[in-house]
Design a protein around this ligand. Sequence first.
Ligand code: FUB
Ligand code: ZN
Length: 669
Amino acid sequence: MYADVCDINNIKIDDDFWSAKRELIRKEVIPYQWDILNDRVPEAEPSFCMHNFKAAAALNKKMKDKGSSYEPPKYTFRGFAVFPDKREEAKDDEFYGYVFQDSDFAKWIEAVGYSLSTDPDPDLEKTADEAIDIVCAAQLPNGYLDTYYIINGMDKSFSDLRDNHELYCMGHLIEGAISYYKATGKDKLLNAAKRYADFVSGVFGPEEDKLHGYPGHEIAEMALFRLYEVTGEERYRELAEYFINERGKKPYYFEKEHPDMDGSKDFYHQAHLPVREQSEAVGHAVRAVYLYSGMADMARICDDKELKSACERLWNSIVDTKLYITGAIGATHIGESFSFPYDLPNDTVYAETCASIGLIFFARRMLMLHADRRYSDIMELALYNSVLSGIALDGKSFFYVNPLEVLPEACRKDERKEHVKPVRQKWFGCACCPPNIARLISSIGLYAYTENEHTLFTHLYMGSTVNKNVGGKEVKVTVKASFPNSGTVYITVENASDTDFTLALRIPGWAEDSYKISGLEGLVHEEKDGYLYIKGFSDNTAIEMDFPMTSHAVFADEKVAEDCMKAAIMRGPVVYCLEENDNGPALRMNRLKLPLEISESHTDEFGFDVVTLNVKSVRESLTGSSSSGSSALYKNLDSIKAEEKTLTFIPYCLWANRGEGEMSVYVRV
Ligand code: FUB
Ligand code: ZN
C-alpha cells in the first residue's frame, strides 16, 4: 500500500569514499548520538531528549490511570532552553533542553532507518524499537506528541507557532518514522507520526474554527508531502499545502500571536510575503531552505507553475548573491541568517552545517522538478565542502559554524566571533547539526539518484548499484567511481533491452569543456541542461566517462568586498584551504603568484588517500621605520620583502583535523 517516489532500498552504495563515511555514521555517530540522547557522555553538553520522552510517558500514564480526576499541569513558560545547573539535579518530571529537543530523537531514528536499510543490525534495531516504545508511550490519546507541552502544560499548545517548534518536531518525527518504516517494515512509529499529523490537521486549516497559522520553523511542509507520497493519504498533502499557501498572508499570523512583534521581523520566518511573491532568500537560513524545499515539493506534486517560478527565483537569489564558495549559506550569526546580497564575510560568517544540508534538500527537490545541473552542481559543492567540514574524520566531533577564515585567538577573545570555533566540538546543547549530517550521509544514495517513470538521473558520481523497474523489467545500473580524487567513471547498464529505459548522466559544470565519454556507439543520446540522456540500451552496455579534476583559481564577483583580489583554489568540486599546520602562521602574508603554478601530491596523513595541492606563491613582509616615533604599530614603508614559497593546500572539509591553527580559503593574488 505504501509507495515512494525514490526508494533508498533500490540503491546500494559501494564506494571507497562514501562507504567509509556511511560506516562512520553507522559505527561511530549513531551509537554516540544514542549515548548523547540518554545523557551518558559526561564531557558533552547534556541533551535530555530521552529524559523528556520518559517524563512525558510517565505523565501520560498518570493521566490515563487517574482519568477525569487528574489535574493536568498548567503551562508555565520556563525559557526557550532550560538546563539544570548540574546534570544530577535534573528532576525526573521536568522538561529540559531546547523546546525542540524531541527532534534529536527523530533525526537519530531517521539515520538509524537509512543505516538499517543497507546494513541490518539486530542490536541497533532492538535499541531503536525500545526507543520507539518510549516515544510512543509519551503520545497523548488524541495523537498529540510534543514533550515540551505535554510536560509543561497543554493549555498553551499551538499558542506560539513562531517560536515553539511543535510543528518542527512533528516534521522531523514524520521523516524519522518514514525512514524507520521503510527500512524495517515496522509501522509503530509511522502510525504515531500519522496520528500526530491527523491531530494537527484537526487544528489547522481554512475552516473558521481552526487555527490559520503555519510553522515558525519550517520542515513540516516537506515532511507532510513525503508522508502523502508514502501513504497516498490526501489529508497530509492538503495540510502541507495549507501551511504553504497561508504563509505570509496579511494580517500576519505571528503578529497576531505576538502583538509586541516588530512588523519588519516577519522576513526572519519567510512570512513577510505570500510564498509565490517571494524573490529574495531572507531570514533564518535553515528555515528558508526548508521552506523552499517544501515549496518545490508542492510545485512538483501539484504542478504549480507559479510556485515553481518562485522556487527558481529564490534559488537564483541564493546562488547568485548569497552563496559561499564552499556551498555554505547564512552570512550572519545574528539570527543565524542570510545577510544582504554579496555580504559574505569569511571570518564572522555563520554558515551553519544544517543550512548547507537544507540547501541540498532544496537542490534535490528542484532536480525532481526539472533536472538541470545548476542544481546538482551546487548540491555537490555543498556536500563535498561545507557539509563534510561539519564532521571530524573520526566522527567524534562537529562544526555547527563553518568559517572560511579562522584566527583561533580571535574566536576566543572577540565576542563577534564567539560562534566560530577553531576546532570541532563534542556536541552542542542545541544539537541540530550533527544528527542532520548523520541523516544526510546515511541516505546519500537519495541525492546521487532521482528517477521518473523511465529515467534514472545520476546527479553525483559514487560507486553504487541501482535497480530500476522499467515496464516490468529490472534494469541494473552499476557505477564505479573514485570521486573526489579521480573523475573517471565506469558505468554498466544491464537488462535494459526492449525497454524505454533512459539514463541521464550529469556533466558537471566544472568539467563541461573537458570531459570525455566512450561507449555510446549504437545508443541514442542528447545533452540538455547539463545532463546527457542516453537510451536504446542492449542487455549489457559499458560507458566510460572522464571528468578531469583540474585545479584552478576562482575569484568572487567584485561586489563581494571581502574577497577582493583574493583567489580560492578548487579541484573539481572540492574547495581547498591553507592551514597553519602546513604553511606556518600569519597566512595573510602569503600571495599567490599568477599565472598559477599548481602541482598535485598525495598524502595519507588523514588516514586515506588525499590529493593536496602545491601552489607557487610569495610570502611578503613589510620593512620600515616607525611613522610617529612613538608607535610600533604603524610605519613608513621602506620595502616589501617577497620570499618565494610553495603553499600546501588541503581540501577545505579536512581543516582542523590535526589540531588548532589558522585556516584560510581565500589567498591574496
Ligand atoms: O531551531 C531549530 C534549529 O536550531 C535551527 O534549524 C538551527 O538553526 C538552530 O537554531
Ligand atoms: Zn544546525
